[in-house]
Design a protein around this ligand. Structure first.
Ligand SMILES: *Cc1c(COP(=O)(O)O)cnc(C)c1O
Length: 234
Protein backbone atom coordinates (compact mmCIF):
# COMPACT_ATOMS: atom_id res chain seq x y z
CA UNK A 1 0.00 0.00 0.00
CA UNK A 2 1.29 3.47 -0.93
CA UNK A 3 1.79 6.12 1.74
CA UNK A 4 -1.08 8.26 0.42
CA UNK A 5 -3.30 5.20 0.26
CA UNK A 6 -2.48 4.29 3.85
CA UNK A 7 -3.11 7.88 5.00
CA UNK A 8 -6.43 7.91 3.18
CA UNK A 9 -7.52 4.62 4.78
CA UNK A 10 -6.48 5.67 8.26
CA UNK A 11 -8.33 9.01 8.00
CA UNK A 12 -11.37 7.36 6.50
CA UNK A 13 -11.53 4.89 9.41
CA UNK A 14 -11.06 7.70 11.89
CA UNK A 15 -13.86 9.75 10.35
CA UNK A 16 -16.18 6.76 10.50
CA UNK A 17 -15.47 6.21 14.16
CA UNK A 18 -15.85 9.93 14.91
CA UNK A 19 -19.27 9.75 13.27
CA UNK A 20 -20.26 6.75 15.37
CA UNK A 21 -19.06 8.36 18.60
CA UNK A 22 -21.10 11.47 17.73
CA UNK A 23 -24.21 9.36 17.19
CA UNK A 24 -24.11 9.88 13.43
CA UNK A 25 -24.30 7.25 10.70
CA UNK A 26 -20.91 6.39 9.14
CA UNK A 27 -22.25 7.24 5.72
CA UNK A 28 -23.09 10.81 6.72
CA UNK A 29 -19.57 12.14 6.26
CA UNK A 30 -17.38 11.71 3.19
CA UNK A 31 -13.67 12.38 3.03
CA UNK A 32 -12.58 14.49 0.06
CA UNK A 33 -8.88 14.13 -0.77
CA UNK A 34 -7.64 17.61 -1.66
CA UNK A 35 -5.09 17.04 -4.39
CA UNK A 36 -4.25 20.59 -5.51
CA UNK A 37 -0.60 20.96 -6.60
CA UNK A 38 -0.14 17.17 -6.28
CA UNK A 39 0.79 14.95 -9.23
CA UNK A 40 -1.56 12.52 -10.92
CA UNK A 41 0.47 9.55 -9.61
CA UNK A 42 -0.35 10.38 -6.00
CA UNK A 43 -4.03 10.75 -6.90
CA UNK A 44 -3.87 7.27 -8.42
CA UNK A 45 -2.45 5.96 -5.13
CA UNK A 46 -5.39 7.35 -3.18
CA UNK A 47 -7.77 6.08 -5.87
CA UNK A 48 -6.30 2.58 -5.56
CA UNK A 49 -7.02 2.72 -1.81
CA UNK A 50 -10.68 3.41 -2.63
CA UNK A 51 -10.94 7.20 -2.70
CA UNK A 52 -13.39 8.51 -5.30
CA UNK A 53 -13.86 12.10 -4.10
CA UNK A 54 -11.10 14.57 -4.95
CA UNK A 55 -10.94 18.33 -4.40
CA UNK A 56 -9.11 20.85 -6.56
CA UNK A 57 -8.68 24.62 -6.33
CA UNK A 58 -7.49 25.77 -9.75
CA UNK A 59 -9.56 25.48 -12.91
CA UNK A 60 -6.73 24.67 -15.33
CA UNK A 61 -5.23 22.06 -13.03
CA UNK A 62 -8.64 20.50 -12.43
CA UNK A 63 -9.42 20.22 -16.14
CA UNK A 64 -5.97 18.75 -16.89
CA UNK A 65 -6.39 16.12 -14.18
CA UNK A 66 -9.93 15.14 -15.17
CA UNK A 67 -8.61 14.08 -18.57
CA UNK A 68 -5.87 11.90 -17.09
CA UNK A 69 -7.84 10.06 -14.43
CA UNK A 70 -10.68 7.52 -14.22
CA UNK A 71 -14.17 8.65 -15.13
CA UNK A 72 -15.80 7.52 -11.88
CA UNK A 73 -14.01 10.17 -9.79
CA UNK A 74 -16.28 12.79 -8.26
CA UNK A 75 -14.46 16.09 -8.71
CA UNK A 76 -15.10 18.84 -6.17
CA UNK A 77 -14.22 22.44 -7.02
CA UNK A 78 -13.23 23.98 -3.70
CA UNK A 79 -11.14 27.02 -4.68
CA UNK A 80 -12.12 30.58 -5.49
CA UNK A 81 -13.78 30.55 -8.90
CA UNK A 82 -13.71 33.50 -11.31
CA UNK A 83 -16.86 33.99 -13.38
CA UNK A 84 -14.90 33.90 -16.66
CA UNK A 85 -13.70 30.35 -15.87
CA UNK A 86 -17.07 28.85 -15.02
CA UNK A 87 -17.50 27.61 -18.59
CA UNK A 88 -14.54 25.26 -18.26
CA UNK A 89 -15.90 23.27 -15.33
CA UNK A 90 -19.69 23.18 -15.62
CA UNK A 91 -20.80 19.62 -16.34
CA UNK A 92 -17.42 18.23 -15.25
CA UNK A 93 -17.57 18.72 -11.51
CA UNK A 94 -19.72 16.78 -9.07
CA UNK A 95 -20.11 19.72 -6.69
CA UNK A 96 -18.91 23.33 -6.66
CA UNK A 97 -18.22 24.20 -3.01
CA UNK A 98 -16.90 27.72 -3.30
CA UNK A 99 -19.75 29.89 -4.57
CA UNK A 100 -19.05 33.18 -2.84
CA UNK A 101 -21.20 35.72 -4.70
CA UNK A 102 -24.62 36.06 -6.31
CA UNK A 103 -22.87 37.05 -9.53
CA UNK A 104 -20.97 33.75 -9.61
CA UNK A 105 -24.14 31.77 -8.89
CA UNK A 106 -25.85 33.54 -11.82
CA UNK A 107 -22.98 32.72 -14.16
CA UNK A 108 -22.98 29.04 -13.13
CA UNK A 109 -26.74 29.00 -13.72
CA UNK A 110 -26.43 30.62 -17.13
CA UNK A 111 -23.72 28.24 -18.39
CA UNK A 112 -25.53 25.23 -16.90
CA UNK A 113 -28.77 26.09 -18.70
CA UNK A 114 -26.81 26.52 -21.93
CA UNK A 115 -25.31 23.03 -21.44
CA UNK A 116 -28.58 21.43 -20.40
CA UNK A 117 -27.37 20.51 -16.91
CA UNK A 118 -28.18 21.47 -13.35
CA UNK A 119 -25.11 22.24 -11.26
CA UNK A 120 -25.06 21.33 -7.58
CA UNK A 121 -23.46 24.14 -5.61
CA UNK A 122 -22.63 25.10 -2.04
CA UNK A 123 -22.46 28.64 -0.72
CA UNK A 124 -19.19 29.60 0.91
CA UNK A 125 -19.58 31.32 4.26
CA UNK A 126 -16.88 33.46 5.87
CA UNK A 127 -18.00 32.26 9.26
CA UNK A 128 -15.21 33.87 11.31
CA UNK A 129 -15.44 37.12 9.29
CA UNK A 130 -11.78 37.01 8.29
CA UNK A 131 -10.53 39.94 6.16
CA UNK A 132 -8.56 37.65 3.87
CA UNK A 133 -11.36 35.24 3.07
CA UNK A 134 -14.03 34.98 0.42
CA UNK A 135 -17.61 34.07 1.20
CA UNK A 136 -20.92 35.40 2.41
CA UNK A 137 -21.01 36.84 5.91
CA UNK A 138 -23.38 34.92 8.18
CA UNK A 139 -25.76 37.87 8.50
CA UNK A 140 -26.04 38.40 4.73
CA UNK A 141 -26.57 34.75 3.89
CA UNK A 142 -30.33 34.48 4.17
CA UNK A 143 -30.97 37.51 1.97
CA UNK A 144 -28.53 36.21 -0.62
CA UNK A 145 -30.11 32.75 -0.56
CA UNK A 146 -33.54 34.25 -1.23
CA UNK A 147 -32.13 36.15 -4.19
CA UNK A 148 -30.43 33.06 -5.60
CA UNK A 149 -33.38 30.71 -5.16
CA UNK A 150 -34.86 31.80 -8.48
CA UNK A 151 -31.72 31.20 -10.55
CA UNK A 152 -32.23 28.42 -13.10
CA UNK A 153 -29.56 25.80 -13.73
CA UNK A 154 -28.30 25.53 -10.17
CA UNK A 155 -29.36 23.55 -7.15
CA UNK A 156 -28.21 25.05 -3.85
CA UNK A 157 -27.35 22.01 -1.76
CA UNK A 158 -25.78 23.54 1.33
CA UNK A 159 -22.93 25.50 2.86
CA UNK A 160 -19.15 25.40 2.89
CA UNK A 161 -16.56 27.10 5.05
CA UNK A 162 -12.84 27.21 5.68
CA UNK A 163 -12.45 27.94 9.36
CA UNK A 164 -9.41 29.89 10.62
CA UNK A 165 -6.02 28.21 10.74
CA UNK A 166 -5.72 26.79 14.25
CA UNK A 167 -3.30 24.91 16.51
CA UNK A 168 -6.06 23.06 18.28
CA UNK A 169 -9.17 21.83 16.43
CA UNK A 170 -11.19 22.72 19.52
CA UNK A 171 -10.73 26.42 18.64
CA UNK A 172 -12.93 26.06 15.58
CA UNK A 173 -15.76 24.14 17.20
CA UNK A 174 -17.75 27.32 17.70
CA UNK A 175 -17.53 28.12 13.97
CA UNK A 176 -18.62 24.65 12.92
CA UNK A 177 -21.52 24.82 15.34
CA UNK A 178 -22.51 28.22 13.90
CA UNK A 179 -22.41 26.74 10.38
CA UNK A 180 -24.71 23.89 11.38
CA UNK A 181 -27.11 26.36 12.99
CA UNK A 182 -27.06 28.62 9.90
CA UNK A 183 -27.97 25.67 7.69
CA UNK A 184 -30.80 24.62 10.03
CA UNK A 185 -32.15 28.18 10.17
CA UNK A 186 -32.18 28.50 6.38
CA UNK A 187 -33.66 25.04 5.87
CA UNK A 188 -36.54 25.99 8.17
CA UNK A 189 -37.51 28.83 5.82
CA UNK A 190 -38.47 26.27 3.16
CA UNK A 191 -37.26 28.42 0.28
CA UNK A 192 -37.73 26.98 -3.24
CA UNK A 193 -34.67 25.23 -4.66
CA UNK A 194 -32.72 25.56 -1.38
CA UNK A 195 -31.89 22.19 0.16
CA UNK A 196 -29.31 22.65 2.92
CA UNK A 197 -28.53 18.94 3.17
CA UNK A 198 -24.74 19.32 2.78
CA UNK A 199 -22.17 20.94 5.07
CA UNK A 200 -18.60 21.05 3.77
CA UNK A 201 -16.19 21.90 6.58
CA UNK A 202 -13.05 20.62 8.29
CA UNK A 203 -9.49 20.30 6.93
CA UNK A 204 -6.27 18.61 8.07
CA UNK A 205 -6.03 20.78 11.20
CA UNK A 206 -9.61 20.64 12.41
CA UNK A 207 -11.56 17.78 10.82
CA UNK A 208 -12.24 16.00 14.13
CA UNK A 209 -14.40 18.78 15.54
CA UNK A 210 -16.02 19.38 12.13
CA UNK A 211 -17.20 15.76 11.99
CA UNK A 212 -18.50 15.97 15.54
CA UNK A 213 -20.44 19.14 14.69
CA UNK A 214 -22.11 17.71 11.60
CA UNK A 215 -19.84 17.97 8.55
CA UNK A 216 -21.05 15.97 5.56
CA UNK A 217 -17.77 16.52 3.71
CA UNK A 218 -14.34 17.09 5.20
CA UNK A 219 -11.65 18.34 2.79
CA UNK A 220 -8.23 16.98 3.64
CA UNK A 221 -5.03 17.61 1.70
CA UNK A 222 -1.86 17.74 3.78
CA UNK A 223 -2.70 14.80 6.04
CA UNK A 224 -3.10 12.58 2.96
CA UNK A 225 -0.60 13.89 0.42
CA UNK A 226 1.93 15.73 2.62
CA UNK A 227 2.84 19.42 2.64
CA UNK A 228 2.30 21.37 -0.58
CA UNK A 229 4.99 23.09 -2.61
CA UNK A 230 3.66 26.04 -4.59
CA UNK A 231 7.02 27.13 -5.99
CA UNK A 232 6.52 25.73 -9.49
CA UNK A 233 2.76 26.26 -9.53
CA UNK A 234 1.43 28.79 -12.07
C1 LIG B 1 -6.21 23.37 0.38
C2 LIG B 1 -7.58 23.34 0.91
C3 LIG B 1 -8.01 22.32 1.78
C4 LIG B 1 -7.09 21.26 2.33
O1 LIG B 1 -6.28 21.82 3.33
P1 LIG B 1 -5.29 20.92 4.22
O2 LIG B 1 -4.99 21.79 5.37
O3 LIG B 1 -4.09 20.64 3.37
O4 LIG B 1 -6.01 19.69 4.60
C5 LIG B 1 -9.35 22.30 2.14
N1 LIG B 1 -10.22 23.23 1.69
C6 LIG B 1 -9.84 24.23 0.87
C7 LIG B 1 -10.85 25.22 0.43
C8 LIG B 1 -8.52 24.31 0.47
O5 LIG B 1 -8.16 25.33 -0.33
Amino acid sequence: MSECGANYNRLNDEIRSLCKDAGRDESECTLIAVSKTKPVDLIKDAYAAGCRDFGENYVQELVDKIHQLPGDIRWHMIGHLQTNKVKYIVGKTYLIHSVDSIKLAREIGKISVKNGVISDILLEVNVAKEESKFGFLPEELEGAVREMSSIEGISIRGLMTSAPICDDPEENRVYFRNMKQLSIDIKKQNIDNIHMDILSMGMSGDYETAVQEGASYVRIGTAIFGARDYSDHK
